[in-house]
Design a protein around this ligand. Structure first.
Ligand code: HSE
Length: 439
């Protein structure tokens, strides 16, 4: 092992930061032997110096100002693990401007500011690495950038948020409420500090935007993605899903429609057939199926969140950053290279659907729904229902489920609006896509 010792600056000592520091200490010699580069963690920036730490760390390493790291001429590489967007953006920008490569796991900052940060990275020739931003410990970014480089990517479909998958699994298997399951995911270190984005689908959407950018070489386009979260899932829908041969998963769907050169880009809870491999992906696990024109089908599976899996991805990038620091003429940091791909309007996307209406148990209600669907040329493949229950006002209600054949979302939406005007039907039916995985 030869050459100058590389000095690392770590910003953030939360769940993942702690895991990274611990692993860099524990596996230091192994990493040096494998990378063939001597390194050390020179400084660690934290928000509050007085907070008790899970990890033993020399006090002289700590500072509460990340500028100390960025401005230190001895520090070669910055690891950003503070989360959030405003401060993280400032930090990454300052580090790139100072010529220091950055390793980040921050999907939110990339989704919001990635366009500018990757441009800056390209202009300065200073790489920005982000494996840990997608899929926790799953090596999906580097796989798309390197191993699968010869492929035209046809689709990327998967489960990409560990917290929501953990919650859906607990709700289905143990009947846990969303709130209790979320609390448990927070204790286990899967959920974000503010779990709103885990629940409303935006954490998965940030990852989908990043993967679409990497797979197609396009700039990030946060305003174009269609996003729904697991807050729409009720236990009655999980019950119907099981009865009908499905399970509900929060799915990311990125699909290239070659005939129109458009990209389908969406995140939403969907019915996944029980005989499909993604239906077996439970708990905090993520799985990402990538289909390429040369490789065919691939599937990447692993823990999508948590201290150690995410640290594994951060340190993989760190070693890459160290190697490329030694050979600065070449680096694998991302730069958009392709023309902008138009996103297929969500109203034009086609799948079968599950639609659950809450209706008053009265003669003709099924016929009324069926006749509107028929008028919009939407075929029904299956129906199901629950027994009626009587509410406090003496009205009798039941759930009616219609599984409908493939149709454009725009058409179904128009039909549902009309059905909403029929008396005795709750105006807000629950709708989930059914994924067929046919193409
Ligand atoms: N909150 C995220 C998740 C962490 O649950 O997937 C990993 O990005």
């Amino acid at each position: 092992m030869t050459g100058k010792m590389l000095q690392i600056g770590l910003v953030g000592l939360g769940t993942v930061g702690t895991g990274v520091y611990e692993t860099l200490c524990r596996n230091h010699d192994l990493l040096e032997a494998r990378a063939q580069i001597p390194f050390e963690v020179r400084r660690v920036a934290v928000r509050r110096l007085d907070r008790p730490r899970e990890v033993e760390i020399a006090p002289e390493l700590l500072t509460d100002d990340w500028h100390d790291l960025v401005e230190d001429p001895n520090i070669d590489i910055i690891i950003e693990l503070i989360g959030g967007t405003t401060e993280a953006y400032r930090l990454i920008k300052a580090a790139l401007e100072a010529g220091k490569p950055v390793v980040t796991g921050n999907k939110a900052v990339l989704a919001e500011f990635g366009g500018e940060l990757f441009r800056l990275s390209g202009e300065k020739g200073v790489p920005l690495y982000f494996e840990a931003s997608c899929g926790g410990g799953i090596p999906i970014v580097q796989s798309l950038q390197n191993s699968l480089i010869c492929n035209n990517v046809q689709s990327i479909v998967g489960i990409i948020n560990g917290t929501s998958n953990y919650i859906l699994t607990s709700m289905r298997e143990k009947g846990t409420s969303l709130r209790d399951a979320l609390e448990s995911a927070q204790k286990l270190g899967f959920a974000e500090a503010d779990p709103t984005f885990d629940i409303n689908g935006w954490d998965a959407a940030h990852k989908a935007l990043i993967l679409a950018a990497v797979a197609y070489g396009i700039p990030l386009k946060p305003d174009k993605i269609s996003v729904y979260g697991i807050d729409r899932v009720e236990s009655v829908d999980q019950h119907f899903a099981g009865r009908l041969g499905y399970t509900i998963k929060l799915l990311m769907v990125i699909k290239h429609h070659t005939e129109t050169d458009q990209l389908e880009l969406r995140v939403q809870p969907s019915f996944v057939p029980l005989n499909h491999i993604l239906s077996k992906v439970d708990g905090v696990f993520n799985a990402i199926a990538v289909k390429g024109d040369i490789v065919g089908e691939t599937i990447f599976y692993g823990r999508g969140a948590g201290k150690n899996p995410t640290s594994s991805a951060v340190i993989g990038d760190l070693v890459l950053a160290m190697r490329e620091r030694r050979h600065p003429d070449f680096h694998t940091g991302f730069r958009p290279y392709a023309k902008n791909l138009e996103v297929l309007p969500i109203s034009e996307t086609v799948t079968p659907y599950y639609v659950r209406f809450r209706v008053q148990d009265s003669p003709g209600v099924i016929a009324a729904i069926a006749s509107v669907l028929a008028r919009y040329e939407i075929g029904i493949s299956r129906t199901s229902s629950t027994f009626s229950t009587t509410d406090g006002k003496g009205l009798t209600w039941c759930n009616l489920v219609f599984m409908v054949h493939e149709c454009k979302w725009g058409r179904l939406k128009a039909a549902l609006k009309e059905i909403g005007r029929v008396p005795n039907i709750d105006r807000h039916p629950v709708v989930f896509r059914i994924e067929t995985f046919n193409d």
